[in-house]
Design a protein around this ligand. Structure first.
Ligand SMILES: NC(=O)c1ccc[n+]([C@@H]2O[C@H](COP(=O)([O-])OP(=O)(O)OC[C@H]3O[C@@H](n4cnc5c(N)ncnc54)[C@H](OP(=O)(O)O)[C@@H]3O)[C@@H](O)[C@H]2O)c1
Length: 261
């Protein structure tokens, strides 16, 4: 059974909406009556998502590593909807690599995508969010609480994202900035580029060192519904953590299960 939300007429831009949590958030928001702009690099995917959405929707190509593209996506959303009530920054990427092996290019790519892009998109959207007394929601990660070997670049970028959100809050108290920590989520492309071998090795170490006490995965819908609840509430949600429910059994009994994320 899905949850019911009312987002009638609300204008929402989801960046990172071509797959996973962002796509599902856009879909549920659309079903709840919002006007949704789906944005990401894969234009075919975001256009498909908009065409399949139950409500009024558009698909926008946006590479958050390109400042002009960030501004362009906001302009296009404003042109289509005449304003913006919420921004969801679901964009993220995570190379699986030990710090000893990480290249400067990987570091830069992770920071461009997970941190700097978030700030560029926010800056471009800010006047519209101020005008609507709107909100911006960013997806952080459980890894900020629990560092994991081979996910250092990712974790450091999410810690920086958390700092970025605090800095936006202090500069602009007239907009509500939400940090949504997320636990392991299924049916996304998060681990798509991880090799089978490296995934198995990383998972072995995580399990062996008991770094993943509650390592179940939650359906992408569960994560997206919680985000849409944040969009729908009258209240200001500063921080939430959306985690898989715990089950009996040992964590990551199947190393392979990581690759479903
Ligand atoms: N899955 C998990 O277990 C998990 C756990 C904790 C936190 N998270 C976080 O949840 C968020 C959503 O991730 P997901 O799990 O749904 O993974 P996903 O399916 O890989 O989604 C990532 C999204 O980011 C977009 N993206 C990546 N680089 C981009 C760029 N340069 N410009 C614009 N868009 C870009 C991708 O679209 P394009 O490739 O088309 O650009 C895609 O739409 C991320 O912030 C991730 O860090 C996920």
């Amino acid at each position: 059974m899905s949850m019911q939300f009312d987002l009638s007429g609300r204008r929402i831009l989801v960046v990172g909406a071509s797959s996973g949590v962002g796509l599902e958030t856009g879909r549920i928001a659309s079903a709840a009556g919002a006007r949704v702009a789906f944005a990401a690099r894969r234009e075919d995917r975001v256009r498909e998502a908009a065409a399949a959405a139950p409500g009024e929707a558009i698909g926008l190509r946006c590479d958050v590593c390109d400042a002009d593209a960030c501004r362009g996506a906001i302009e296009a959303a404003l042109e289509a909807f005449g304003g913006l009530d919420a921004l969801v920054y679901a964009t993220g990427m995570a190379p699986l690599t030990l710090l000893t092996d990480a290249t400067q290019e990987q570091w830069r790519n992770v920071f461009d995508t997970n941190v700097i892009g978030a700030s560029l998109v926010t800056a471009a959207a800010l006047p519209a969010l101020q005008a609507s007394h709107g909100r911006a929601v960013y997806i952080s990660s459980y890894s900020v609480r629990q560092p994991l070997p081979a996910l250092g670049l990712y974790r450091v970028s999410k810690v920086a994202l958390d700092g970025l959100i605090e800095s936006w809050r202090i500069e602009h108290p007239d907009v509500d900035f939400t940090r949504a920590i997320l636990g392991n989520t299924m049916d996304t492309e998060f681990a798509q580029n991880w090799s089978e071998e490296e995934t198995a090795e990383a998972a072995r170490v995580w399990v062996e060192r008991n770094l993943f006490p509650a390592a179940n995965l939650m359906p992408v819908r569960a994560a997206a519904e919680a985000l849409v609840a944040v969009l729908a509430t009258e209240g200001y949600v500063d921080d939430i953590a959306i985690m898989p429910r715990t089950r009996d059994g040992s964590p990551f009994a199947e190393h392979e299960s990581l690759k479903t994320g």
